[in-house]
Write a protein that binds this ligand. Sequence first.
Ligand code: AMP
Ligand code: MG
Length: 365
Amino acid sequence: MSRQASANEIACRRRIEAALIAALVILVAIGHWRVALHDADSSVVLVRRPRGVMGTDCVLAAVVAQRDATTAEAALDAAEVLLRQVEARMSNWLDVSEVSQLGAAAAGVLVPLSPDTLAVLTAARDAFDLTGQTFDVTCRPQVELWRRAGETAIIPDVSAVAEARAASRWEDLDLTDSGVVKRTSSASVDLGGIAKGYGIDLALRSMQRSGLRGGLVDVGGDVACFGQQPGGRPWLIAVRNPQRRGPIAQLRVGDRAVATSGDYARYFEIEGKRYSHIIDPRTGWPAEAARSATVVADTAIVADIWATALSVLGAEGLEGLPQGVEALVVHDRQGGQRLVCTPGFRTLFIGPPAEAIPAIPSRPP
Ligand code: AMP
Ligand code: MG
């Protein structure tokens, strides 16, 4: 059963080209559950794969004593509800989402927003400054311009890029305690680079509050975990190789989160050239500095923000990471790929990485 599930998992991953794989650890844990059936205090793991969460694959895992299996079921239910709620509020694709309503609103009108959406917007505004203005949720006009370019296979002209850049400004959004007032009707936000992380944190925290021994939330390859698997085993997270099949490395991250962004997962091609779905707000063009960026942080929202920002900044951004945030950047070099990571990221590897990975020499305190 576990071999078949593992094959399914791999097929799924290939389809959506998600960056991280949590399947291995979970399947090992399922095997353990089977041998622990007769002992009420032994840990078991319940795994759920709800469909259609945030438009991608989702894996939820809860570790409890055998006798508390119903607690785990309830914890998984609650986690799933929270993820779906975040999606309903923050999706770009649902007309009724708060983000879509904000985009459609006229200037000068207060658009009421839930505390969740306001919390994400506030974190995004802080991140704009922290990331040297490379993480910018106001860049929706640019994202849409390049999405159309992908559909028509025509590069936008200089004036269209300039216009989209001019329409992407935090100055056009006034955040209040209850919502947002736009200063121009064209202002809009895209929370695609941060909402998943926020949702993962909400889901994981609710699982922690349920008294589980361990838990894991994986949405499209962005993962957060706490505690341990049955048998005291740590959760292990595999980092996907953006260039070929198979992982670059396996990580032991403890009670932390991992997020990966890159141009290998979602991209479009025009005249044979590959363009990322991540925009460099400094130029208005798709980001080019990294094939992928994997970030480990205490929370999934921080990992999500920095994975997107490092896709814009490239390896040069590693030195500007805040304390407690570790990262690996993969970028193209002379026909091949080069990997570089922070010294702290090196300590997370289980066994040697598949390729030589230099660490940047030092980071400012
Ligand atoms: P992620 O996969 O977390 O890197 O998020 C990528 C998504 O974030 C894109 O599909 C856009 O919806 C949005 N996005 C694109 N560029 C940026 C940017 N520079 N800052 C913030 N969000 C962005
Ligand atoms: Mg992100």
